[in-house]
Design a protein around this ligand. Structure first.
Ligand code: SF4
Length: 351
């Protein structure tokens, strides 16, 4: 006889443990190319001076990172296969990059990083740095050009451009390419005539932008060497709330007024109220109109509906004084859900 009782295996619990296991922040001596676009130099400095204080990402975010690596590995494998039949080949997955300069005969490292590889035409010596990014289908739909990256409401997407410029500086290349992959397979209409559901955005070397990120890296390195911290950015709920060093940095910030309620249920309640509000208003208006139209009719048939009505009398009463609390809501910041980026994805910014 087969034993059909459910095996007592802690599959999900073990996966959770894997995702919440020990977290070892990278010890680094200079800013990472992938973070150089971050709007806060103080945060970049913390990550070098205080790596042991970096808060581990929450489990869902770690899950998102792991998923991103899977998508990247898949696309890399496909690129290798495509290279065998095409006019290019790919080279050097996770190639280290260093951006440095000579300061009075001393080599000063400003940024380090790893490209996802290089796309190399078979008929020239060119090597174009390659960066693979995966994202939700909603975010993916919004990105088709370099302008889309630069005008993104999300600082980490704008930062992609700085990341690529750092790679161009570090490799000496004049152009690089992003390959954007949606985590869900898009519909054919989303692919805008391209043969595969991948978007390629080429980026030209931009000396002005390179100089700006090198200047930023110099300021960070000055602070690192003098063991000081740059000024905080003006408090930004979206950037600071997500910062792995907020526990070191934020206690000094005096915020008057609002408290932060970190409750998914409360947020969902407000979202649902927002969804229902227009319908509730319309319902009340039409209900009144319906009663006005049917006034005096005690019984009727309207299409498939039976309508009944009668006169009601409401007893008069005095409204006693009471105290009650009424809360209202209004939107105060860009909404990640409306912007088409999942909460988990906003976290996958590599900062
Ligand atoms: S909490 Fe805000 S100001 Fe402080 S380091 Fe982080 S991002 Fe910068």
């Amino acid at each position: 006889m087969t034993d059909d009782s459910t095996p007592n295996l802690p599959i999900l619990e073990s996966l959770h443990e894997t995702m919440t296991g020990e977290y070892h922040p990278q010890v680094r001596m200079s800013p990472r190319a992938s973070s150089i676009g971050h709007p806060c130099e103080r945060r970049l400095t913390y990550s070098i001076l205080n790596p042991g204080d970096e808060q581990p990402p929450p489990p869902l975010r770690r899950w998102t990172f792991a998923e991103g690596h899977m998508h990247e590995a898949m696309l890399w494998k496909l690129l290798q296969d495509a290279g065998h039949i095409g006019k290019f080949h790919v080279l050097s997955n996770q190639q280290p990059i260093v951006v440095d300069e000579d300061v009075d005969g001393r080599r000063r490292v400003l940024m380090t990083g790893h490209t996802d590889g290089f796309i190399c035409p078979n008929d020239t010596e060119d090597r174009f740095p390659l960066e693979i990014k995966s994202m939700s289908i909603f975010g993916w739909r919004k990105l088709s050009t370099i302008e889309d990256l630069l005008s993104s409401p999300w600082y980490y997407i704008r930062g992609y451009v700085d990341q690529m410029q750092a790679y161009l500086k570090g490799t000496g290349a004049n152009r690089g390419v992003f390959l954007f992959k949606a985590k869900q397979t898009p519909a054919a209409k989303d692919c805008q005539g391209t043969p595969v559901p991948i978007k390629a955005i080429w980026v030209n070397r931009d000396e002005e932008r390179i100089e700006a990120i090198m200047a930023k890296a110099r300021r960070v390195m000055d602070c690192v060497e003098s063991r000081t911290l740059p000024e905080r950015i003006q408090y930004d709920e979206y950037v600071c709330k997500d910062c792995a060093f907020q526990h070191l940095c934020l206690p000094d910030i005096e915020r008057e007024g609002a408290i932060v309620i970190d409750s998914v249920e409360a947020e969902q309640l407000i979202r649902r109220l927002e969804e229902l509000a227009p319908a509730a208003t319309e319902y009340a208006k039409l209900r009144k109109e319906f009663s006005a139209q049917m006034r005096g009719i005690t019984e009727a048939v309207v299409g498939p509906f039976e309508v009944v009505g009668k006169e009601h009398r409401r007893a008069g009463y005095e409204v006693k004084e009471t105290q009650f609390w009424q809360s209202r809501w209004k939107r105060w910041q860009l909404d990640p859900v409306e912007a088409g980026v999942t909460i988990e994805e906003t976290a996958a910014r590599g900062a």
